[in-house]
Structure formats: structure tokens, C-alpha cells
Design a protein around this ligand. Structure first.
Ligand code: GLN
Length: 184
């Protein structure tokens, strides 16, 4: 199983290590030709505007958009959650995104989250995190903060979290993603 991690910018190495720990072969992606023959793709946290500009500059934005539209399983964390929903980026997940949605006074925080399908609480690490303020009814909400701010969701072959699962030792989100990839 080959999982690509977009490596133009952001929190790349932690995803790579975690995926390798779970048995995946990982390829860091910096050029369009590296998008070939992947079983899944991770879009890491970082700065979504910078990432979109870099994707465009290296000629990866259009091929990536096509790949995501064709059904490749994608896990987007934080900035990746932004890129998947933004019309000008990957335009793949029908949701209204609030970038830096928790404001300056709560730039970074941690929260215990009740996640649909997990038996125990999940410790979420949020860094200038976005959230979805609305989603199409076909999107499955997995976790919210303050009742209605969507911070984890699943839609068809896409999984998103507003927080950084690669910064904790809890592997449940990466495991869930690998299960989506293998079609379990
Ligand atoms: N606020 C950033 C953005 O909108 C995301 C922050 C992150 O990925 N930690 O791109």
C-alpha cells in the first residue's frame, strides 16, 4: 500500500513516520509525476494559501484535483481540510470552511473530542485550526467543538480533521484512513 504525503510545505515528517509505523509505504510528493500509482494521499497541515500557490507553481494543482475527483482516498488535516473544501483549491468536499475559525485568542488549544465510531475520547491538538460551519447532508460529521463547529468529517473517499492527529500518539485517525484505503 503506497500512501503519498504532499511535501511542499507543512507538517510532513510526522505523518510519514506515523504511516510507516502502521505499515504503509510512504512517498513524499513534490512533483506531478510522483502522483502516479498511489493508493491514498495525505494533505498535511501548514498554510493552505501557500500550499495552494506552491501546488499551482509546480504544476500539481490540476492533476491533484483530477485525482481526488477520480476517487483516490485522501486524508486532509488542518490546512488539508481547507484545501479539500475550497472551490479554488481541490473543490472536492461540499462544506463551508472557516479558516482560522477559532480566532486569535484561541490560536492553539487542545480538546477532548467525542468522535463517532471511537470508543473513548480523542485528544485533539488544534493549531490556528479551521472548521466547517456547514456541510452538505451527504457529509458524515465525526466530531464537533462548541456543539456546531465541525472539526472531523468523512465524505465518500475523503477524511478530514481540523486538528493534528500526527502530533499525538493516538493512531486511530490514520488507522481509519488506511481502512478506507484498503476498503475494509
Ligand atoms: N490556518 C491555516 C490555514 O488556513 C491552517 C493551520 C494548520 O494547518 N495548522 O491554512
Amino acid at each position: 500500500m503506497v500512501i503519498g504525503v504532499l511535501a511542499l510545505q507543512g507538517a510532513v515528517s510526522e505523518h510519514v513516520t506515523l504511516l510507516q509505523t502502521l505499515g504503509a509505504t510512504v512517498r513524499e510528493l513534490r512533483e506531478p509525476q510522483e502522483l502516479a500509482e498511489l493508493d491514498g494521499l495525505v494533505l498535511p497541515g501548514g498554510e493552505s494559501t501557500t500550499m495552494r500557490k506552491l501546488l499551482d507553481r509546480v504544476g500539481m494543482l490540476t492533476p491533484l484535483r483530477k485525482l481526488v475527483a477520480s476517487g483516490l482516498p485522501v486524508f486532509g488535516t488542518c490546512a488539508g481540510m481547507v484545501l479539500l473544501a475550497q472551490p479554488e483549491s481541490l473543490n472536492a468536499l461540499p462544506a463551508t470552511i472557516q479558516r482560522n475559525g477559532f480566532g486569535r485568542q484561541r490560536e492553539s488549544f487542545e480538546a477532548e473530542l467525542a468522535v463517532t465510531g471511537f470508543e473513548t475520547l480523542y485528544h485533539g491538538v488544534f493549531i490556528r485550526a479551521p472548521y466547517y460551519s456547514a456541510v452538505d447532508p451527504s457529509v458524515t460529521v465525526l466530531a464537533t467543538v462548541n456543539d456546531d463547529r465541525i472539526v472531523a468529517a468523512r465524505y465518500q473517499h475523503l477524511l478530514v480533521t481540523a486538528f493534528h492527529p500526527e502530533l499525538t500518539e493516538d493512531t486511530r485517525f490514520h488507522q481509519l484512513f488506511l481502512e478506507m484505503v484498503t476498503g475494509k
